[in-house]
Design a protein around this ligand. Sequence first.
Ligand SMILES: [Zn+2]
Ligand SMILES: [Zn+2]
Length: 210
Amino acid sequence: MSRSPGSALERASLRSVAARGAFHLLSCAADRSDRSVLPIPAGGVGLVGCASSGARAARDAHDPRAVTCEPLARHGQVLLLIACGARAQLELNGLPAPRVAALRPGDELRLGPAAPLLFVDFYREPPFVIAGPEHAGRQCQLCRGPIEAGRRVLACDCGALTHADPREEREPAPGPESLDCALRTCTGCSRELVTEAGYVRGGGADGRPS
Ligand SMILES: [Zn+2]
Ligand SMILES: [Zn+2]
């Protein structure tokens, strides 16, 4: 391949992480109803410690206390890249954090000595799309039947498509046959295919592994 890596690759990687869901920072309050959740946008955000919620967006992009967070997908894994400003006092899993680190779901961080603990998790959305003209005529990876425009399909990052008609449309009824071929694993690339929204690590608190 003669194209040089760089911004195009980076954009593809950001698109791919955004298509899968978003990183959330969850306050570790024992009472789930009182927890705050901060989604990290695909384009990233600068955060500083906040006594109540644990984090707030930095108004000044060059705030030396800010920790810059940016989600990325690498080799099929989602990572939250963090870079600490000169005066940031970030604690990662109970230890002072390096200036640059790659976080995974399940990590815990504190944005300052007095800031509350935050649990890092990734909220996954199933990659359902409504097939458009660009998908029409392609084959379902399970039943090899044609993909018709306007029908819901599960679209893997690798491009493979699977019929995924919504549950309520699966009753026997006149009209086109309802198809749900949803798989747990893509036959094209072996990635796990999520069919229900939820946290990779249970969203902390009771879902957090001990
Ligand atoms: Zn099918
Ligand atoms: Zn795939």
